[in-house]
Design a protein around this ligand. Sequence first.
Ligand code: ATP
Ligand code: MG
Length: 263
Amino acid sequence: MYTLANKMYAPLLLLLNQSLAFQKAKVSYERTEEYCAQREDKEYTGTKPFNMEKNLVISGISFGYSVISVLNNLCLEFAVGRIYAITGKSGIGKTTIIKLLARLLFPDDGKVYVDGVNATEIDYIEYRRNVLYMPQQAVIFDSSLRDNITLGLEFADSDVYTSLEMVGMSDFVTSLSNGIDSFIGIRYRDISEGEKQRICLARTIIRKPKIILLDEPTSHLDEISTQTIYNCLNKYRISQNATIIIVTHTLKGDFADEWIRLK
Ligand SMILES: Nc1ncnc2c1ncn2[C@@H]1O[C@H](COP(=O)(O)OP(=O)(O)OP(=O)(O)O)[C@@H](O)[C@H]1O
Ligand SMILES: [Mg+2]
């Protein structure tokens, strides 16, 4: 089912790409959350807490966009505390799987389970807070570095610094005249693709999700930035016992514990 939630997020992302002012984007995001919380479809009305001690399971999922069938009775299991790499040829459905796990899309058939609990029974907002999706295109707002990490939520300065340190950006912060309150983005101080990706990763890890979904996070990056991102993900999963699922076009590497090759 190509859902309303997905229809809403796509234009939102488009707006963000066009450097919409941070505050406006924040309000749009909050409204989207509010809207989802008010929906009465079964996908949004779960009430159970999100707990993941064991695994995330895709059980017999089929999915198609309108008439195009993409996934057919797919079964996968992701254990807690492990890093998975998903590969497969272009168009096979990797991004679709990530969006289904993020609950931006919902399966036509089959279920997603978290520790045996059907994801539709879990509170939607809580699910979305515990399962964070980092899209391929790193979105940076024309605003302060702090805003770009917190997205308007309250975090202690020390948490912002720690998240930046984890992604290897301490030197970058030191180089800015006003530290984490310096303005970045096209209008103020443009930054490299590697720096953008790392800021987006800091934005993700500061929220301490149990699951991180990444869609080709390193496709535009050089070897050093790629290694920094993988080192950070590894440190994060150890410190939080988190599960990390990475869609990649790389065919091998020691950054993942397990490889899922879609055919
Ligand atoms: N919104 C959509 N509407 C219709 N078809 C779509 C939509 N999004 C994706 N598709 C189609 O679904 C199939 C799977 O797309 P998906 O993005 O999951 O592939 P992918 O494996 O991530 O590919 P790539 O490696 O190129 O990113 C493709 O044939 C794609 O054209
Ligand atoms: Mg894709």
